[in-house]
Write a protein that binds this ligand. Structure first.
Ligand code: ACO
Length: 325
């Protein structure tokens, strides 16, 4: 027998206000056609007054706990991926912990931008398998709209706000059973040499301000396709699986063209890729759990399925995780 982290439930939350491409075209020099053709994005949700990364994360966490049928009081680990925390400190994970009323366990944020959920998942899985905790909430939550330069059409059309969460539980499974559920493997990477290609131009210890998001889109695109294909092959190779074994890929929803190019490189049919970028845009760390929850709730992802999560973001950071549901 071996200890594995098993997904017990998922949940997600979006701000109340939906913003179409047409609405953005009234604010900056862009068009619905340009945005759809270059990115696949048609809509995004933007946080309003009273909606923060913490409130969205808490709502997603509550829904994940409901889906799992698990009381908040039994959660002893919260790992939250975000690049847009409510405050520099305390960690948004502790704000969520307090809102859920589950004090005393471990709670912290991880900063890996769009790979934040993958980094949170890998960290939580490692802690659960050492016995440091039994039941975890793994959350990706963002209010990217508050980091954007709303006069820069090259970035402001790409992002949206939201949150997604899963409940993980440490469970003894038979490692010789190929159908046994749980996280089979997570591989994470970073290469700080490319930090300037996607960064915030401010921060607490440099400018004393939050700054605005800056990106060299073309270069990011090129690195994203190469890095994602490489980590997907790494995880498949290390687990002895082939691309044909995968039931669903749940990728970071950066851009429809990145999703297509990565799927093509691996020979994965596009029907196996969960796509929500058209309705959510790029919600950074929230995008993978938001897309996962959508596909669980509409019945596509079912118990027994083999699911690959993958993401790439600022840093650069990237990673992939193979999970039997
Ligand atoms: N509306 C209209 N025109 C625009 C807009 C806009 N919103 N934004 C840029 N343009 C113009 C540019 O000014 C440029 O005009 P020019 O030729 O007169 O100079 C032209 O469109 C082409 O610009 P490019 O930046 O070369 O366009 P590209 O085809 O590379 O598409 C995009 C830009 C969508 C950002 C693309 O590079 C991309 O998807 N990159 C990946 C980056 C990404 O998704 N990052 C998200 C965060 S990282 C991550 O999650 C992995």
């Amino acid at each position: 027998m071996t200890l594995r982290s098993v997904i017990r439930g998922s949940g997600s939350a979006l701000p109340a206000r939906a913003v179409s491409n047409a609405e953005l075209a009234k604010m900056v020099d862009t068009t619905d056609e340009w945005i759809v053709e270059r990115t696949g994005i048609r809509n995004r949700y933007i946080a309003g007054e009273g909606e923060t990364t913490g409130t969205l994360a808490t709502e997603a966490a509550r829904r994940a706990l409901d889906a799992a049928g698990i009381e908040a009081s039994s959660i002893d680990l919260i790992v939250l991926g975000t690049a847009s925390p409510d405050q520099t400190f305390p960690a948004t994970a502790t704000i969520v912990q307090n809102a859920l009323g589950c004090r005393g366990g471990i709670a912290f944020d991880v900063a890996a931008v769009c790979s934040g959920f993958l980094y949170a998942l890998g960290t939580a899985d490692a802690l659960l398998r050492t016995g440091a905790a039994k039941r975890a909430l793994v959350i990706g939550a963002e209010t990217m709209s508050r980091l954007l330069d709303w006069e820069d059409r090259t970035t402001c059309v790409l992002f949206g706000d939201g949150a997604g969460a899963i409940v993980l539980e440490a469970v003894e499974v038979d490692e010789n059973d190929p159908e046994a559920p749980g996280i089979l493997m997570t591989r994470l990477h970073a290469d700080g040499a490319h930090g300037e290609l996607l960064h915030m131009d401010g921060g607490p210890s440099t400018t004393g301000t939050v700054g605005k998001l800056r990106m060299k889109g073309r270069e990011v695109f090129r690195h994203a396709v190469v890095n994602l294909a490489s980590v997907l092959e790494e995880v498949l190779g290390a687990t002895g699986h082939a691309a044909v074994d995968i039931d669903w890929v749940v990728p970071h929803q950066a851009n429809a063209r990145i999703l297509d190019a990565t799927a093509r490189k691996l020979g994965l049919p596009e029907e196996k890729v969960v796509v929500t970028v058209d309705r959510h845009a790029n919600t950074s760390a929230a995008s993978v759990p938001l897309a996962f929850d959508a596909a669980v709730r509409d019945g596509r992802i079912k118990p027994g399925h083999l699911v690959m999560f993958e993401a790439m973001g600022g840093g650069f950071t990237w990673g992939a995780s193979l999970v039997r549901i």
